[in-house]
Design a protein around this ligand. Structure first.
Ligand code: AMP
Length: 554
């Protein structure tokens, strides 16, 4: 059982900070590590990136540092293998300790030493350093470790692999022997145990996720992973959703803030997503669940805490927007699909540095992830072609209406001049061009990928200018929205105005130009009403049909 941060003995000021960050409950490593660290024990922990280990050592450290200190020399030293990690850990300590006024500085090779000197001279509480650069400063007399009360060796195995063993020894020799020492390592080779024996005093040992879980076996779940950098995750998720087309899915996030952000982003991209987290009251949650169950929403974006105890039958996909912090949490999440003999799909978006956490999950589930590539523009187009082919085929088989027949004259008149195959290709292409905007709503984050479509406009698109000229018409302060209906559905400008004004409450006058083409339409909306309009059009119908509204990609 995991419990709450409050039960771990953390003070109110830190609890507030964690709530602000949207953390709902401690991760297993935090539950295990925080109480003994608060009690002053040394600790030897096996934990990989992604388990929440930074907060596990940083929160108790912050408690020990106290508020708004004016000390001249650092009281805590965190040694890390790389510059990237130094920045990341320093940022995390800063974030957690913001309310306490903790001063933290990262020092690493490559950065101009002058800036680091200035900061050190002004006085800091926590130094996060790579071993080489820490030794430089010690040699210069600019980093004094006499007042250090806590040392953390983070990713100790990496530091040893990078040849920092002697540097670490030399640095530890400069610190007071009565300090608290914490060692985190993703693996525990003999050399780590040696260091622990030499430098840790009677440490508490924490090792998580070693026992394969019974419940992980016999799961009928296809487990797929995509390796994506953080910044590209929203776009990658959009494409994955387009290709997988889940009937109903839960997207799990780590924090409340992330749930809110992601559900907004997904709605902005035209998906129907509901947020669910511990910060919402019961009636808000019931509403969200109601919309999922009734099919008004397709996606639930949730934290583990909020999703606990939910029973949703029709889930086809569980999506881990972040790798869960422990294999047990992963198993718990994916246990929601693949029930009752139906195969489910579990999709995990992992950041490159989370490979170890993924390996742990594989070990515990006794299943390998199928690592797949995020669909490229070409994949998206191919998928669209496939859909197109299907719908043409359907039309050929089923549509015997008069309207269908009336197109004969178009083809016949062209067939004097062109080959029927060519005519068909041109017709399909025309249909496909109309689709292009529809197909790839996602911004392309990867510079190496070529953007889609070339912005081709559908032929026969008609623009209706509304309101005082010059003021609107793509003018300043207006944003274009894309709507999934067009002339083929009988859409008229007044339907667009009526629906938007009626649903969102903005004045019809405020709506700018409307362009209606075959399968979609573009409508201009004042920038400050965009979110309101998109939100209110969720689930709305025009001329009896559901319509999707999102920002236009172009
Ligand atoms: P780490 O393993 O320390 O690199 O942490 C991985 C990620 O988990 C970081 O983005 C943290 O902000 C986040 N995190 C850490 N603890 C929690 C928690 N208790 N709840 C939600 N997110 C967390």
């Amino acid at each position: 059982m995991i419990g709450s941060f409050g039960e771990l003995g953390l003070p109110a000021s830190l609890l507030d900070e964690l709530t602000r960050l949207g953390y709902e409950e401690p991760t297993p490593i935090q539950t295990a590590a925080i109480p003994p660290l608060l009690a002053g024990s040394d600790l030897l922990g096996q934990a990989a990136t992604g388990t929440g280990k930074t907060a596990a050592f940083a929160l108790p450290m912050l408690v020990g540092l106290g508020e708004r200190s004016t000390r001249a020399r650092p009281a805590a030293l965190i040694l890390v293998p790389t510059r990237e990690l130094a920045m990341q850990v320093s940022e995390a300590v800063h974030r957690y300790g913001r309310g306490l006024g903790v001063r933290v500085v990262p020092i690493y090779g490559g950065q101009h030493i002058g800036r680091q000197l200035d900061t050190l001279r002004r006085g800091v509480d926590v130094v996060v350093a790579t071993p080489g650069r820490a030794l430089d400063h010690i040699a210069r007399g600019t980093l004094k470790l006499d007042d250090i009360t806590t040392v953390v060796l983070d990713e100790a195995d990496e530091m040893l692999d990078m040849g920092f063993a002697e540097d670490i020894e030399a640095i530890l020799a400069q610190t007071p022997p009565q300090r608290q020492t914490v060692l985190f390592s993703a693996t525990m080779p003999a050399r780590i145990n040696q260091i622990a024996r030499r430098h840790l005093t009677d440490p508490v040992r924490i090792e998580l996720g070693r026992t394969p879980s019974e419940s992980a076996e016999n799961l009928l779940v296809r487990q797929v992973a995509y390796v994506v950098r953080r910044a590209h995750k929203p776009a990658a998720l959009g494409r994955i959703l387009d290709v997988e087309a889940p009937e109903a899915a839960i997207v799990f996030c780590r924090t409340r803030n992330e749930v809110d952000e992601l559900s907004d982003q997904l709605n902005g991209r035209g998906y129907r997503a509901e947020a669910l987290h511990g910060g919402m009251d019961q009636s808000q949650r019931d509403k969200a669940m109601g919309r999922l169950k009734s099919g008004t929403a397709d996606l639930l974006v949730a934290t583990d805490v909020a999703a606990r105890g939910l029973d949703i039958d029709q889930l086809s996909h569980v999506i881990n927007y972040d790798v869960p912090s422990a294999p047990e949490a992963y198993i718990h999440r994916i246990g929601r699909v693949g029930r009752a003999g139906r195969e489910g799909v579990a999709i995990t978006l992992a950041e490159p540095r989370e490979h170890r956490l993924m390996k742990n999950i594989e070990r515990v589930t006794k299943q390998r992830f199928e690592i797949e590539k995020v669909p490229t523009i070409a994949d998206m187009r191919a998928k669209r072609m496939e859909l197109l082919r299907g719908s043409i085929r359907e039309l050929l088989i089923e549509d015997e209406s008069e309207i269908a027949e009336s197109y004969r004259v178009v083809v016949e008149s062209l067939s004097d001049e062109f080959d029927p195959m060519e005519i068909a290709m041109a017709a399909v292409r025309l249909a496909h061009i109309n689709d292009v905007d529809d197909v790839d709503p996602v911004e392309i984050p990867d510079a190496e990928l070529r953007p889609a479509g070339g912005g081709a406009k559908a032929k026969g698109q008609k623009k209706y200018e509304r309101g005082p000229k010059g003021k609107r018409g793509g003018g300043a302060g207006m944003v274009r929205l894309w709507m999934s209906m067009g002339r083929n559905q009988g859409l008229r400008p007044k339907d667009v105005v009526g629906a938007i004004a009626g649903e969102s409450g903005i004045a019809g006058r405020a709506i700018g130009s409307i362009e209606i083409s075959g399968t979609f339409s573009l409508v201009e909306i004042p920038e400050d009403s965009v979110e309101q309009v998109i939100r209110s059009m969720k689930g709305a119908k025009i001329r009896g049909k559901s319509v999707t509204v999102r920002r236009d990609r172009a």
